[in-house]
Structures are given as C-alpha cells and as structure tokens.
Ligand binder design. Structure first.
Ligand code: PBE
Length: 312
C-alpha cells in the first residue's frame, strides 16, 4: 500500500468511525418525547419534563409560601420555580395532565375534592418536613371578643368537625355547581345532632352581630357557611368576609374582625400567625388531620421530593 492510498483509507475510516460514534451517541442521549427525555437507565426525567416547575395556587396562600421555602431547602429543587396563579387554574392543568398521562407536580392539600376527583394521586415524601406532618385548622379571635361576646365566643370555640364532613360539602359544591353556602346550610339542617354539640350551653341571642373573616378557598367557605347557619339558628347575625390570608390575621390583630375559622397550623400559616400572635387569641383546632404538600399522579414513578432533580 503506498502512502497516498494509506492516507485515503484512514481518512475514510476516520469519517466512518466518527459517524458511527455520533450515531451511538444519539441513541444514548435518549429520546425527547412529550413525557420527557429518558436518562441512560431508561428512566423518565420528570423534572425536565415538567420544566422544573411546580404548579401552584394563589400567591397569598400559605402553601405557596411553604413551597418557596421547599425550593430553598431541597437540593433536588434547586433551580425550580413555582407557577402561582389560582386554585382553579391549577385544577385545570391537573385535569389536562391526567387526561394525557403527562407528568405534573402540584401543591396539594386536604380537605379538598382533588383526591375525590383524582384518587390516583399521591403526596411526595417530604424528608425535611418543610410541609410538616399533620395540620390542624384553628379558630382564632380578636383580643377582648370573649369578654364582650361570651355566647358567640363559646359557640365558635365549641365548633369542631372533621375532614370527611368538610370534603362532603366541598365535593357536593364542585359536583353540582351550587352555592357552597347553601350546601353548608343544608348540611346544618341534616346534621342537627352534630350542630347541637356546638351550641351546647349557648344561650339564644337576639341579633348579636358577629364578623367572621375567612380565606377564598372552598374549605374555609364550607366551615364559615356551616357555622354561620348554626349560629343564626341561635339568633346571631353573622357576616363572613373573604380576604387574603395575611389580612385574616391582620384584621383580628387590629380588632376589625371578631373571629376566623381559617388558620392552618403549625406550618401553613406560621409566618402570618407569628407576626400577629401577641394580638390574637388562638381558640384551638376546629378540624384535625389536614395536610399540605407536593402531589403527583400515581403513574409518576417517584415517591419523594428528593427523587426530583435540580435544574443545573
Ligand atoms: N390552602 C387551603 C390554604 C388554606 C386553605 C391550603 C390552600 C393555604 O393558605 O395554603
């Protein structure tokens, strides 16, 4: 073989080897599909598929604040962001994702009808306990409310129910599209035995005004609607005003509102509560066994927040 020929053959060989390697390389990089690319083990990279984005709710919600903290604290969530808009928008994105079996990470909670609508969902484990374990929903009042309106205070303090009660009302409102306050009032009529425990020892009054302050979620609408109906049976005149979480706490601290049934503790509303706790009376839980966290469809093959990948 003369030198020229050798050079020519090695050139061809070199090109061929380069092409071959490039071909193999392509295969190893995996395929981009709608459900995300796969890594070298053939596992779906859900984090990339969801564009390192958690689908959240209203910016003022406790769970939104908590999710910002989770992104700060978890190595696996570095470079992630949370898309904040509204509960309705999140539910629409969830419906679409589940219909198409696409990955999605949402901020989820109980009590809510999201698990009734989509039972095939799970909370991701939260080893750093950023979202805490079990949450309770507390009733709180302004300072002086107990002394000034002891009957109203007593009835609010005795109000307690459970996750199933609240979800029953929320789910019916979602299914029928009827006004949740009407459904709550009907629940009070249908559950006299439960309601009578809340008014035990409370004397009837004649139009005593009570200003409840609440948040714009169906869980809180259900609670306020139920207690309003029960208190009106005793002769109270109850108004319910929906405001941002921060304003719930502020208006109790300033005395602009009498009480709320909407304080999620110890985690969800911790920041708001800690700001105002010296000027607010914590009346204790009206519901135990609530929960918040990151939620994904069952078909996503991950169990923990730490199974997600940072956006490097
Ligand atoms: N939530 C429902 C609210 C409280 C009620 C969990 C969305 C939140 O502040 O996050």
């Amino acid at each position: 073989m003369d030198f020229k020929k050798f050079k020519y053959v090695s050139l061809i060989l070199g090109v061929l080897i380069t092409l071959l390697l490039a071909g193999c390389g392509d295969k190893e990089e995996g395929t981009d599909s709608e459900s995300g690319s796969t890594d070298s083990n053939g596992e779906v990279d859900y984090s990339e598929a969801v564009d390192y984005t958690i689908i959240g709710i209203e910016p003022g919600a406790g769970i939104s604040v908590t999710t910002e903290a989770a992104i700060e604290e978890y190595d696996s969530l570095q470079g992630w962001n949370v898309e904040l808009s509204s509960t309705g928008a999140m539910m629409t994105e969830l419906d679409n994702a589940i219909r198409n079996e696409e990955p999605i990470v949402i901020t989820g909670w109980n009590p809510h009808w999201m698990f009734a609508a989509h039972p095939d969902m799970k909370y991701l484990d939260d080893p750093l306990e950023i979202y805490g374990g079990e949450e309770s929903i507390h009733s709180m009042s302004r300072l002086g409310f107990e002394e000034e309106q002891p009957e109203a205070y007593k009835m609010i303090e005795q109000f307690e129910w459970n996750v199933e009660d609240m979800e029953e009302i929320m789910y019916e409102a979602e299914e029928t599209g009827d006004d949740i306050n009407q459904i709550a009032a009907q629940w009070v009529e249908d559950n006299e035995d439960r309601v009578s425990a809340w008014s035990e020892g409370v004397e009837d009054v004649d139009g005593v005004e009570v200003e409840l302050v609440s948040t714009p979620w169906d869980s809180e609408r259900a609670a306020s609607g139920v207690l309003k109906a029960a208190m009106e049976q005793k002769g109270f005149d109850v108004s319910v005003t929906e405001v941002d979480v921060a304003i719930v706490f502020e208006s109790l601290a300033t005395g602009d509102a009498d009480a709320t049934l909407a304080a999620w503790l110890p985690i969800t509303h911790r920041e708001f509560y800690e700001t105002y706790q010296d000027d607010i009376v914590d009346m204790g839980p009206n519901l135990v066994g609530a929960k918040i966290g990151l939620v994904v469809p069952e078909y996503m093959d991950i169990d923990s927040i730490e199974d997600l990948n940072p956006n490097n």
